[in-house]
Design a protein around this ligand. Structure first.
Ligand code: GDP
Ligand code: MG
Length: 163
């Protein structure tokens, strides 16, 4: 079985945008039709000849949900259990939210490698302004723009190295 990577994060941080970028080559036809991949949760990705399955956990958390309602927590726990590596996506424009701290704690508890990604970073000024993200108790993070593909290669290099 291929290794599994789970993309985790609160709504609107860019999980689906990153997911679609990671599976793009294999889903090119589908991707060309806006909206078609919106509800897809599993996809196949490849980087450096390493094939892996990506889970977009976005369907498990929605704007209206109580994030830590038992059912949601269970669904997220299943994805985390299936994964060999976890990617916590944070919103570099909106900043940290209490949910980010809760999610980070949940992912760390798994004992699996967690890659912290600060998304929506598209210029130097934004890049210079990310110090607050260390409040999450992390040593490093990957600034990326899932939309424009900036920084994604660095993330993938490190991600697949451990798969
Ligand atoms: P999800 O709810 O975590 O799946 O987030 P989406 O992928 O649906 O993205 C939420 C919103 O953020 C959308 O309007 C995206 O266009 C926007 N977005 C996602 N990634 C980026 C990015 O890298 N840069 C910018 N500027 N916007 C982004
Ligand atoms: Mg989504």
């Amino acid at each position: 079985m291929k290794p599994v990577v789970a993309l985790v994060g609160r709504p609107n941080v860019g999980k689906s945008t990153l997911f679609n970028r990671l599976i793009r080559d294999r889903q090119a036809l589908v991707d060309d039709m806006p909206g078609v991949t919106r509800d897809r949760h599993y996809g196949e990705a490849r980087w450096d000849d390493k094939a892996f399955t990506v889970i977009d956990t976005g369907g498990f958390l929605t704007e209206d949900d109580d994030y830590f309602a038992a059912q949601i927590r269970d669904q997220l726990a299943v994805a985390v259990a299936q994964a060999s590596a976890l990617v916590l996506i944070l919103d570099g424009r909106a900043g940290l939210s209490p949910f980010d701290h809760d999610l980070a704690a949940m992912l760390r508890k798994s004992g699996k490698p967690v890659f912290y990604v600060v998304n929506k970073i598209e210029n130097q000024r934004q890049l210079d302004d990310l110090g607050d993200f260390y409040d999450l108790g992390i040593e490093s993070f990957y600034p990326v723009s899932a939309e424009h593909g900036i920084g994604v290669a660095d993330l993938l290099d490190d991600l697949v190295a451990g798969l």
